[in-house]
Structure formats: structure tokens, C-alpha cells
Design a protein around this ligand. Structure first.
Ligand code: OOG
Ligand code: MG
Length: 260
């Protein structure tokens, strides 16, 4: 079995993102890479980003809907981190040069009222400790060739995180049935995907609960005030130069950006 150096792989992934240059997926060289090792690499990758003067904005869940699991051929939810420099305001222009092969997905994000610490957290407990929700468009940009990976690959690559556009309307989470919130994702005015919050583990609060329980295995927790992405409701869609991307969420408003 070939042993890998976590720091070296984190550095390779870091450079790939910085140079917008895709790389061969790491499990081709290290087929025995485990999930735990992959999270070790992710942690080192996030540390490298922090050293480059950015802070953790909040965690994200990924691969939480059947649409996403089937699209990526991976069947377990994962988590990663969004950093401050990745976050954009609503209604802005983003240059396509910042990406390798961007895709977009519509997500519901939670803003917590209290810390949440697993294990054993349920969706109901998450809802009781959530203050607001906000709509989000996540732009993912796997560093791997052809956006193809196995579970350990995508975990090491910080769950393909690249950018997030947040809506400008925060809504009291208790005012909505988040599983029933409908969403449409449009490109240049044409609806390309649609779904409802229930696509995410039956209810997006279950995604936050799963995250709290996953973090608990490493002694981690979710923090009050943190913005947490719960995962794409539909399949992710490729974006091209000049595209105008918009997601409309029932009761949560519209989030959009233009890809220059
Ligand atoms: C992995 C990231 C998944 C989501 O919302 O499901 C993700 C990928 O699909 O490249 O962010
Ligand atoms: Mg996502």
C-alpha cells in the first residue's frame, strides 16, 4: 500500500485551485485513501487557505440530495468549508477566469441561533436552534479532471467548494415549511432545474443535523451565527461565459449573478 503525505496532497490541491488547473484525481495514485485520511487532507488544505489571509465563513454539506448523489455517482453526504474570500453578494458579476469548469446549484442556508453539538442531533433540534434561513447559489469547481472523483477525492478537495452567492433576504426559519419550499434554477431566463427543500435528506434541517453529528466524531461543533449550506437541491448545472444565473425560492426570494 502506498502511503501518502497529507501536506503534499493538500499543497497540490491548493495550487490547482489557485492556478485554475485541473489535476488527476488522487485516488488513482492512492487507491486505498480512506475517508478519514481524506478529511485530514481537507483540514490541511483549509489551513493553507487560512494562512493566505482568509477566514472560515462556515461549513457546507454536499451530496445531500438524490439528484446530486446520482449525478456525481457518490452516495454519502460530505462536508467542507466556505472561506470569506469565496462569498459574493447577490446580484453581482463574477469573472469566469476564476474557475476551471464551474457548475452552479441552488441551496438553502441556515443561520444558527445557538451552538449545536452532536452526537445524536435531530432535524427538530436543529430547527429549534435556527434563527434564519437564506437562499444561496453555490458555484462548485472540482479541481479534478472532468469533474470526476470518488468520495475520498472530493472530500480532500474541500467538497469542490469555490464560490457562494448569498441572497439578500434573511427569513425567520420558523415562518417556513422548509421541506416544502420550492426552488427554480434558471440560466438566461430558462428554467433548467427545479425542486423542493425535501430533496435534501427529506428536510434541509436534517442536513445540518447530519453535519453536527459528523463533526462530533472529531470533537467539533456548529457555532452560533454561522451560515451553513445544506447542499444542492437539484443536479448542478454547467455555466458558461455570459450566463445569467438565477434561483427563485418560494418565500425566500431570488439569488442571482452574471458570469462574465
Ligand atoms: C461535490 C460538492 C457537492 C452539494 O451541494 O451537493 C455539493 C460536487 O458535486 O462536486 O456542494
Ligand atoms: Mg453545494
Amino acid at each position: 500500500m502506498k502511503t501518502c503525505n497529507y501536506n503534499d496532497i493538500a499543497q497540490i490541491l491548493y495550487e490547482a485551485e489557485r492556478n485554475k488547473q485541473e489535476i488527476t484525481r488522487i485516488t488513482l495514485e492512492y487507491p486505498d485513501l480512506t475517508i478519514e485520511e481524506a478529511y485530514e487532507i481537507q483540514e490541511r488544505l483549509v489551513s493553507l487557505k487560512k494562512k493566505a489571509h482568509t477566514r472560515v465563513f462556515g461549513p457546507k454539506m454536499g451530496l445531500t440530495s438524490r439528484a446530486k448523489m446520482e449525478q456525481m455517482n457518490v452516495k454519502d453526504p460530505i462536508y467542507g468549508y466556505i472561506l470569506d474570500h469565496m462569498v459574493h453578494e447577490n446580484n453581482k458579476t463574477i469573472p469566469i477566469e476564476e474557475f476551471i469548469h464551474p457548475k452552479v446549484e441552488a441551496e438553502i442556508a441556515f443561520i444558527l441561533e445557538n451552538d449545536i453539538e452532536g452526537p445524536g442531533i435531530t432535524g427538530a433540534q436543529v430547527l429549534a436552534n435556527t434563527k434564519y434561513v437564506v437562499g444561496a447559489l453555490e458555484i462548485i469547481d472540482s479541481r479534478y479532471e472532468n469533474f470526476q472523483f470518488t468520495l475520498p477525492d472530493v472530500i480532500a478537495d474541500n467538497a469542490s467548494s469555490s464560490k457562494v452567492v448569498l441572497g439578500d433576504k434573511i427569513i425567520n426559519a420558523k415562518e417556513l415549511e422548509l421541506d416544502l419550499v420550492g426552488v427554480t434554477l434558471s440560466i438566461n431566463g430558462n428554467i433548467v432545474e427545479m425542486g423542493a427543500g425535501a430533496a435534501v435528506l427529506s428536510h434541509p434541517a436534517n442536513s445540518v443535523a447530519t453535519l453536527a453529528n459528523m463533526l462530533a466524531r472529531k470533537g467539533g461543533k456548529l457555532n452560533k451565527g454561522e451560515i451553513i449550506l445544506t447542499g444542492g437541491i437539484t443536479s448542478a448545472v454547467m455555466i458558461n461565459r455570459g450566463d445569467y444565473v438565477s434561483a427563485k425560492f418560494d418565500g425566500i426570494g431570488e439569488v442571482n449573478f452574471k458570469m462574465k
